[in-house]
Design a protein around this ligand. Sequence first.
Ligand SMILES: [Fe+2]
Length: 275
Amino acid sequence: MDGTGKVVSMPGQRVRGFPAVKSYAVVERYGFVWVWPGDQAKADEAQMPVFSFFDDPAWAYGGGLYHVKADYRLMIDNLMDLTHETYVHATSIGQPEIDETPCETKIDGDKVVLQRHMDGIQAPPFWRMAMQANGLDPEAKVDRWQICRFSPPSHIMIDVGVALQGHGGFDAPADKKAYSVVVDFITPETETSHWYHWGMARNFKPDDAALTDSIRKGQGTIFGEDMEMLERQQANLLRWPERKLLMLNIDSGGVQARRVIDRLMAQETHTQEAA
Ligand SMILES: [Fe+2]
């Protein structure tokens, strides 16, 4: 078949009358293949999100891929409520201050931003390692931030980091902080499974390949903890289909993201029915 889905040759077979398969608009960018599954006439590269750190030598990127046996929206819920870190990731990025600090949710069109700022705290193990790698005293008090940014259909970029206390937190100068972006590209597969492309982009010590490797390993272990939790959650949902998910205060980010998805899906279904 050629790039348009038309059959062009087959051994020992005349193919002129073969029906073409459906083709999709795709773009290769940032090391991923991006597919537009909707109305092909509306595929528009200009609508793609821009991630400048992928092409910027001041940043390093490492990541991996997990096949998760859970509805992709459970992963969105998970990433839009980092309160779970205290419990699911107790030995790496969790700490009690996460529970004690309320988060704030903002909706900007189709985007949902949820943030939490924890000031004057001790950094948890993962961030102590990052501080040390960036020449900062890992025992120093820090201001820590988590800013989760959801954009449809299912991308979540999370600004995470720590800065030496009192230097402006997220806005602190580069030599006073360790700052990264957690990259989450989620590709739905079935009603109960998805492909989870995860990674971390960092703007300190970008040439240190050993550091990229150790962060990737650490993140892989941490995200393996999420995967186990989500697959059990999905198994429970299948076991008790009559039970509904509760919406708690800490779920506001996930609830808002699901509303955006529901609205866009209703619009697309409506457009298809009208066509
Ligand atoms: Fe997690």
